[in-house]
Design a protein around this ligand. Structure first.
Ligand code: BGC
Length: 840
């Protein structure tokens, strides 16, 4: 396809056509205009994979570890490889815009979608995002970097009104975007849902036209978050080009009328259309179809996902060098214990989630390493909020195909089975969120019958659970077992599908090995909770797990831990707890999980503890555990990656990307996180993450940047110029020598922090301004050089409304984490002249 001649196309377009181009056509795409050879653009979420255009029953994809895990790699080269692969995956799904990366900083560990962003530090976040964006866009796919800006609560965030100083915005929450603008130029920006200082971002001329376009000189396309446009004239006048998704709520006739009444100028309309046409030109390569023979799952993509997963894992404790385990020592016995042993957490929930090609199971990975005969497993307890998805031992009734059979109706199907469905399909997904991909002929109010044949793999009691988005009933062998049709339990916790589903109701059934059970759910998308007649995207979620007596299971697992050489516990949070649309209330894991870990440690103090969560968690048993490995949400390679690290196939090099506090009360957002009568003051100012703990001299549990290795590193030869003058030089060099003094090859994350010792304003004690991951064979050393510039020395001066690098004394600090105890070398220098600047 030839490039669009933007000027002549603009001259040809009618006003109706221009308006049409500025809003989505459907959930994921824009309109095509064949008359002028304008193609449609199609978007897909990000950030951990490319889901394509369907929440329900879409294609599978490569599922990378969550973004906090990516942040923990501190590896820009790896992020650029990730970006390239995601650009490729986006193209394979027929899309041209990846709705990623997310660069908002976690000011509270409770944010439900905190796992989607790289970490708490703006330099880490902005530089990793830049590498990611450059990778994606090298494939001719646009990134829509999000959520612009300062998105830090997930529960109903459209209503959140954030109050924050310009300095806090500039130095923290806008900075990752600014860095990405400078280093990568993302072709699109997605606005966030909330308002800042009284104005919703999608209609804020200061944040969009002034900041993005004038201050930073950026020329890309601004799109709203999904249903995050709240006005017609205001949004367009502020510079928000594309309303997503479609069909439009705010453009169409309303925009025509705004133009007719001169609330929106023709030139404003043309400016937005120009941005849209320019974006089409930029993504030209991804408008070409991909050769299907080179698409899909591949060993190279798997290897990359595994590398990101292993490189993100953080070794937090390793007393007496219990780790790495040695798989070649014969006669050792292992037990795999904990909810994560059976149900590894691969992703948080919400728009970032997708169905992976496969999931590497920890049990399989362990057996492969040490032999099946040496491994025993016992879950010990459950850690979920919702029964794990019914995803095995199920068949489409009357066939040998794995999965569920779905029949869609426009009216209630009668129980005798004589109502003809409008459409049918099959799926293997036990969570069915019908926000898209509904068949043709389905009306606003519809019914779905879902059936599956459950073939019991053993004789036991099972618990079957149902959540609905709408109302529904579950039957087993024709007998109604769950009624969420006539009434639904009061919501007391967050629920699946963006916190919109009902509470789960479960039923316990005795099943016999080899026998078949017909499970049927009938759903109507009319919501009970939103009042009679409320129709919406419907959905349902069928869960199933073994039903056991918690006390018996716990003692079995504890006995097992006592009897083996190495009990390995995998436990933590999962997508029930951390998801878009909700926020946690506490840092705690499910109480029974802490109880299990404590009990295992009490009988076998050498137990290896692996935690999984996208954001910090409480670790009350930390003192009694000799080992602690944090494995985030590891994506499709979770099992293999955990075992790679535990058995030393990979020397751990992940570093914490979000500080783990000792208590929730210690966190920067503690007093202002939550609904707060709709006025949320970011009162901690420029002190989030380690900046806060260090300023208050209140040490956290594990500081940003912290992580151990199986080898040791020694630093020396820190070279810093004595004097710097930014009015005469754009950059300056700092170097340091690192040596691997241990007996194993390993990778170290060299962290460079800057201290402003003579500042006239309150500044963080130190701030990360450079980092580098270096791979060092045992015994070898390397000189690591950093090129620093004005970004390393400046703060935002409210007085002068510019960035200011203040004359005075600074220090370069090389450290192995942000914890003051982990500083290894320091060297002062003088900035001999004041330097004021703006823009990028
Ligand atoms: C999320 C975005 C996402 C969009 C499309 C919104 O709910 O906030 O991050 O890209 O949906 O799924």
């Amino acid at each position: 396809m030839a490039l669009i001649d933007v000027d002549s196309v603009l001259a040809e377009l009618t006003i109706h056509e221009k308006i049409k181009l500025l809003a989505g056509k459907d959930t994921w795409s824009t309109f095509a205009l064949e008359r002028l050879n304008i193609p449609a653009l199609t978007t897909t979420d990000g950030p951990h994979g490319a889901r394509g255009t369907s929440f329900f029953n879409g294609p599978r994809g490569m599922l990378l570890p969550c973004a906090t895990a990516m942040g923990a790699t501190f590896d820009q080269d790896l992020m650029s490889a990730v970006g390239k692969m995601l650009g490729r995956e986006t193209r394979e799904k027929g899309c041209q815009v990846l709705l990623a990366p997310t660069v908002c900083l976690q000011r509270s560990p409770l944010i439900g979608r905190g796992f989607e962003a790289f970490g708490e530090d703006p330099w880490l976040s902005g530089t990793l995002a830049s590498a990611y964006v450059n990778g994606v866009q090298s494939e001719g796919v646009a990134c829509a970097i999000k959520h612009y800006a300062a998105h830090d609560q997930s529960t109903n965030s459209q209503e959140d009104s954030i109050w924050v100083s310009e300095r806090t915005l500039r130095e923290l929450h806008l900075l990752p975007f600014q860095i990405a603008m400078k280093q990568a130029n993302p072709w699109s920006v997605m606005t966030s849902y909330h308002s800042i200082n009284g104005v919703h971002i999608a209609e804020d001329p200061w944040l969009i036209n002034q900041m993005l376009r004038k201050d930073w000189g950026w020329d890309g396309l601004v799109m709203s978050d999904w249903f995050g446009t709240y006005s017609t004239a205001e949004a367009l006048n502020a510079g928000m080009d594309l309303e997503m998704p479609g069909p439009t709520r705010w453009r169409g006739q309303l925009l025509l009328w705004s133009i007719a009444s001169k609330k929106v100028k023709q030139e404003t309309l043309d400016f937005a259309v120009r941005n849209f046409l320019n974006l089409i030109n930029k993504v030209q390569p991804s408008l070409q179809p991909v050769d299907p023979s080179t698409a899909g799952d591949s060993p190279e993509k798997r290897a990359l996902c595994r590398k990101v997963a292993t490189d993100s894992i953080v070794l937090l404790k390793n007393e007496k060098s219990i780790l790495p385990l040695n798989p070649t020592i014969g006669g050792k016995t292992y037990a795999l214990i904990g909810p994560g042993a059976l149900y590894p957490a691969v992703s948080g929930g919400g728009s970032a989630d997708l169905v992976p090609y496969y999931v590497s199971q920890p049990l399989d990975a362990l057996k492969e390493l040490v032999g099946a005969g040496n491994v025993t497993t016992n879950i010990g307890c459950y850690g979920h909020l919702f029964t794990p998805l019914l995803s095995s031992s199920i068949m489409v009734p009357g066939t040998s195909e794995e999965g569920f059979y779905l029949e869609y109706f426009t009216q209630e199907p009668d129980s005798s089975g004589t109502t003809n469905p409008v459409a049918t399909t099959t799926t293997t997904q036990a969570q069915m969120y019908f926000a898209d991909n509904l068949p043709e002929g389905i009306t606003e109010g519809y019914w779905v019958r879902v059936s599956t044949t459950y073939l019991a793999p053993e004789t036991r009691m099972i618990e079957v659970g149902l959540c609905v988005l709408g109302k529904g009933r579950l039957y087993v062998d024709g007998v109604e077992k769950i009624d969420l049709f006539t009434s639904q339990p009061k919501k007391t916790i967050q629920t699946p599908m963006f916190d919109q589903a009902s509470m789960e109701v479960t039923t316990v059934i005795d099943v016999k090995e080899g026998q078949k059970y017909e499970i049927v759910v009938i759903l109507h998308n009319e919501r009970l909770t939103a009042g009679v007649g409320a129709l919406n995207a419907g959905g349902l979620r069928i869960g199933c797990c073994e039903h056991f007596d918690p006390a018996t299971k716990l003692s079995e697992a504890v006995e097992l831990a006592r009897s083996v050489d190495y009990p390995i516990v995998i436990a933590g949070l999962n997508a029930d707890w951390e998801s878009e649309g909700l926020d946690r209330k506490s840092l705690a894991l499910a109480p029974q999980v802490d109880q299990l870990i404590e009990a295992v440690l009490s009988v076998n103090p050498n137990a290896i503890i692996v935690t999984q969560a996208g954001c910090p968690i409480a670790i009350p048993w930390v003192e009694s555990s000799k080992t602690l490995v944090h494995a985030w949400y590891g994506g499709q390679e979770t099992g293999a990656a955990i075992m790679d690290v535990l058995f030393g196939k990979v020397n751990p090099s992940g570093r914490i990307s979000v500080t783990f506090p000792k208590r929730l009360e210690d966190t920067p957002g503690f007093l202002s996180f939550g609904k707060q009568d709709k006025m949320l003051h970011y009162g901690e100012g420029v002190f989030i993450g380690y900046r806060y703990y260090e300023k208050l001299r209140n040490p956290p549990l594990f500081s940003f940047g912290y992580g151990l290795s199986y080898t040791t590193f020694v630093y020396s030869d820190l070279n810093v110029p004595k004097e710097i003058n930014l009015t005469k030089q754009d950059t300056f060099q700092v170097s340091v020598k690192v040596q691997n003094t241990g007996s194993r090859d390993g990778a170290e994350v060299v962290q460079l922090y800057v201290l402003d010792l003579t500042s006239s304003v309150q500044r963080p004690v130190k701030e990360l301004k450079g980092y580098r991951k270096v791979h060092l064979p045992a015994g070898s050393s390397v000189d690591v050089a950093f090129t620093l510039d004005k970004y390393a020395l400046s703060f935002w001066s409210q007085e002068q409304e510019k960035w200011l690098a203040e004359k005075g004394t600074f220090e370069i600090c090389i450290a192995t984490s942000a914890d003051p105890n982990d500083e290894v070398l320091r060297q002062p220098f003088d900035l001999v002249a004041e330097y004021l600047w703006s823009g990028l």
